[in-house]
Design a protein around this ligand. Structure first.
Ligand code: NAD
Length: 264
């Protein structure tokens, strides 16, 4: 299978690790020309090198998605390099970092204001900045275009902490409202909603087999979620296979958000 994004120009944010890196590799394997963005330049350069090492096309650029000017400049750089923008995948996101001595999911009352601000700046403002910059470019091109966001299962059901969950709830509703707002311009907006994955997202998780197993056990399908599972969902939402789908928040969660499993 190849070529689902043949010749398309794509921006992927949070591309230095996890889901973003997997999406860069997968989209490029499907023929996309990728501009990989991340706040960490070294990591995103490594992603671009992995893509080009496989014979794909990718450029890397440092970009803080919370900075609207930097996101606009990244879109301009993509247009300069590849001529147009077809798809933006607003994937960058952060969560609260573990606090020494604090067990379990962090309560809202124990979350500092600056921690909440930091999360909202990346997870909400960052996605909004990506959407606005992309829509302006889609309009310059005469309409049409695709936006994919990474939300979370935490944007669909109560899951994890309130600071993170509420930021992802903003992304799932933004996805729906914006989809309606842009439908008459043939701009589609959907999101991928992952459950927990062992990426760099939560420090230490990748190396803890016990934590990974307990996370997998929360999924009715019983398996861990892999970043490539999310990249596959994002590919479907980015390409023409989903040309009549907009305003959808697609769970990639092994059934976690489906409801309460029956007692066995
Ligand atoms: N890993 C999980 O358990 C999980 C679960 C649900 C949803 N998600 C979501 O999936 C997305 C990807 O997460 P991941 O697991 O690949 O995490 P990750 O930490 O492996 O990758 C996220 C990348 O985003 C980058 N980033 C952080 N702040 C940025 C900023 N301001 N501007 C640009 N880039 C920035 C990081 O440098 C990193 O490379 C996020 O939106 C996250 O909220 C993750």
């Amino acid at each position: 299978m190849s070529g689902l994004l043949q010749g398309k120009s794509v921006i992927i944010t949070g591309a230095g690790s996890g889901v973003g890196r997997a999406a860069c590799l997968l989209f490029a394997r499907h023929g996309a020309k990728v501009l990989a963005l991340d706040i960490g330049l070294e990591a995103v350069e490594e992603t671009a090198a992995m893509v080009t090492g496989e014979g794909g096309t990718a450029l890397a650029r440092e970009c803080d998605v919370g900075d609207a000017g930097a996101v606009d400049a990244a879109v301009a750089a993509l247009v300069e390099a590849f001529g147009r923008l077809d798809v933006i995948y607003n994937n960058a996101g952060i969560t609260l970092q573990p606090r020494p001595g604090y067990a379990g999911v962090r309560k809202l009352v124990d979350t500092d204001d600056d921690e909440i601000e930091r999360i909202y700046r990346v997870n909400v403002t960052g996605v909004i900045n990506g959407c606005k910059a992309a829509v302006r470019q889609f309009e310059r091109q005469g309409g049409g275009g695709v936006i994919v966001n990474t939300a979370s299962v935490a944007g669909l059901i109560g899951w994890g902490g309130s600071a993170y969950g509420s930021s992802k709830g903003a992304v799932t509703l933004l996805t729906k409202t914006l989809a309606l707002e842009l439908a008459d311009q043939n701009i589609r907006v959907n999101s991928v909603c992952p459950a927990g994955m062992a990426t760099n997202f939560i420090p230490g998780l990748q190396t803890s087999d016990a934590a990974k197993a307990s996370m997998a056990a929360t999924h009715p399908l019983g398996r861990p979620i892999d970043p490539m599972d999310c990249a596959n969902a994002a590919l479907f939402l980015a390409c023409d296979l989903s040309s009549n789908i907009t305003g959808v928040n697609l769970p990639v969660d092994g059934g976690l958000s489906a409801g309460v499993p029956p007692r066995r």
